[in-house]
Design a binder for this molecule. Structure first.
Ligand SMILES: Nc1ncnc2c1ncn2[C@@H]1O[C@H](COP(=O)(O)OP(=O)(O)OP(=O)(O)O)[C@@H](O)[C@H]1O
Ligand SMILES: [Mg+2]
Length: 299
């Protein structure tokens, strides 16, 4: 390894950026032919890549967003918030076909319904340039849907000497892709939640699902919401509970968890310390609305 490579610290976060329009305090879910009013509304940046990248930056990790981004009015408005998150935006690929890309989130009694629009394709024109960046040490892929569109993402990152992590993120169709493990081969760290782990392994038992996934990835961190998380690394399994806090909103908690884990792992900490750091980041996230609300609250 050259000295330049060993000094590299930055994480590239690859995935789609969404404008999350969050409606809270609903008296019911929308029905055809009816109108429902919300008590509260927030407009906030979303998408796992952005949330993980923002939490990495907040932890002091050089963090670059690798994504396409629209030039429409909604994207421009969102851009003002993104500019304040401490991210390296040199690889943000601004293009008119990349927006508006949005998710309407309807929250009722702690449950959420989503309505999303994807805009254009996922592959940033800056992809090759980003992976060749001398500062980059790791590629985080925020959803399997993006990897599905960019089959070469893991192999290209590896050819540049980067390590790779993947959060599958729920997708009704793609989570059942029979080629899932073939397409994700080479990822060093896999970061699913229990719903995703069950869909991939057919097991609703966390330990059984974790062990199944550990046959495919060197490190698996399984997110269990209010029950904490489990880790399989170096043939050993560990588990930590979540912290008891007042939960405001769990949106993006898994993406914050990813940031905590990656930052510790890239610093060379032991697996269980990485899991503890991940839980701390997830805990911080659930105490404020939206995926980046906890960061804006402290800055
Ligand atoms: N109700 C909760 N109470 C305390 N901590 C929580 C709670 N929900 C989530 N967390 C913290 O956040 C971490 C990750 O959350 P979760 O398991 O919900 O991920 P996820 O399902 O991938 O989330 P998302 O996909 O919405 O980002 C948990 O391991 C835990 O540390
Ligand atoms: Mg998740």
């Amino acid at each position: 390894m050259t000295s330049t490579t060993s000094r590299a610290r930055a994480v590239l976060s690859l995935g789609r950026i969404y404008c999350d329009m969050v409606f809270r305090g609903l008296e019911g879910m929308p029905q055809l032919g009816r109108e429902v009013f919300a008590g509260e509304f927030d407009l906030t940046p979303g998408g796992g890549a952005l949330i993980t990248a923002a939490h990495l930056a907040a932890l002091g990790r050089p963090s670059a967003l690798l994504a396409r981004f629209g030039t429409d009015d909604l994207s421009k408005t969102l851009g003002q918030t993104i500019d304040q998150l401490g991210l390296d935006l040199q690889f943000l690929d601004r293009h008119e076909t990349a927006g508006p890309q949005l998710t309407v989130v309807m929250v009722q009694n702690g449950d959420r319904a989503f309505l999303s629009r994807r805009a254009g394709h996922a592959r940033p024109a800056s992809f090759e340039r980003a992976l060749a960046w001398s500062e980059a040490t790791h590629l985080h892929i925020a959803e399997f849907a993006t990897l599905h569109e960019m089959n070469d993402a893991i192999s290209t990152a590896k050819s540049h000497g980067l390590t790779v992590s993947l959060d599958p993120s729920w997708d009704d169709e793609l989570i059942l892709d029979p080629d899932f493990f073939q397409r994700t081969a080479g990822a060093d760290i896999f970061l699913p939640n229990m719903e995703e782990a069950e869909a991939l392994t057919g097991s609703s038992d966390p330990l059984t699902a974790l062990q199944h996934l550990a046959a495919h990835f060197p490190i698996v961190a399984l997110k269990l919401g209010g029950d904490g998380a489990m880790l399989a690394a170096n043939g050993e399994v560990s588990r930590l509970p979540s912290q008891r806090v007042e939960v405001v909103d769990t949106t993006g908690a898994g993406d914050a968890f990813n940031a905590g884990f990656l930052h510790a792992w890239l610093d060379g900490l032991a697996p269980e310390q990485c899991l503890a750091a991940a839980i701390s980041a997830g805990t911080r996230s659930v105490q404020a609305p939206g995926g980046t609300g906890s960061l804006q609250a402290v800055s």
